[in-house]
Design a protein around this ligand. Structure first.
Ligand SMILES: [Zn+2]
Length: 244
């Protein structure tokens, strides 16, 4: 499974307040999972990384400290990215890619979130050319993070859940960026499964998370039936019509 990463500019990240050191991929040996803390997360879309950024700026950090953030729709947001030092766990900010899965307390992570986090792990291993150690924050620091559920998932080897769950189904909120030809990932799967359920075939590959020509054609047919602009791009208006 490929991972579509929403760039810092796409989610409205603020500029780094200080220069952040770069770290060569050759130094990465670990992959750290975090959660948001003791309180369940109700924010969705770009508000998720934006809230974390505010908190981390409030800590006096240069900006968001995680390398990536994964929300309940399975969308991945760029934080420090692949090449910068993190601010997520003392003594592990260079050696580890730190990923927050945006749940808190005993909130269950969605299948989509776990699939995306696992795909990000696989991508990290591919980019570094090594099998990164799977870690929860508490493996490197005295903390409850990443919570009971996510820690058990890490210890189980971070399995990617199967099945067709999209992490929220019909009630999934708009992720905050345009979903269009070339997009991949959790939000695309949501669009494809809803289109399919509503009778708009997205082609023989089904809800594969890859927005190609068949998906674009299905979006256009749906938009035409809805008498809205048939541009084949899923923005907030099309999304709201798709999600009853
Ligand atoms: Zn943590």
């Amino acid at each position: 499974m490929s991972v579509d990463i929403v760039s810092r500019s796409a989610w409205g990240a603020r500029p780094w307040t200080n220069d952040v050191a770069t770290v060569p991929l050759s130094e990465r040996t670990e992959f750290y999972i975090h959660y948001d803390g003791g309180t369940p997360v109700s924010r969705t879309g770009v508000a998720v990384p934006q809230a974390i950024e505010r908190e981390h700026l409030g800590n006096g950090w240069s900006g968001i400290g995680y390398h990536f953030v994964v929300d309940q729709a399975g969308t991945v947001y760029e934080g420090r990215g692949w090449n910068l030092q993190g601010a997520h766990c003392p003594n592990h900010n260079r050696s580890a890619i730190g990923v927050q899965i945006a749940v808190g307390g005993d909130q269950a992570p969605s299948d989509a979130a776990l699939r995306s986090a696992r795909a990000l792990y696989d991508m990290a291993c591919a980019r570094t050319g090594r099998q990164l150690a799977m870690r929860g924050h508490r493996d490197g620091f005295a903390t409850s993070c990443p919570g009971t559920r996510l820690y058990a998932w890490v210890k189980a080897g971070m399995p990617a859940p199967g099945g067709g769950s999209t992490g929220g189904g019909a009630a999934t909120p708009y992720p905050g960026y345009l979903i269009r030809r070339g997009s991949t990932g959790g939000a695309v799967r949501v669009v494809q499964s809803v289109l399919t359920r509503r009778g708009y075939s997205v082609g023989r590959f089904g809800a594969d998370g890859v927005f190609g020509g068949d998906t674009e054609a299905a979006v256009r047919r749906f938009q035409s039936d809805q008498r809205i602009s048939s541009d084949g791009v899923v923005g907030p208006v099309t999304w709201s019509r798709l999600m009853p």
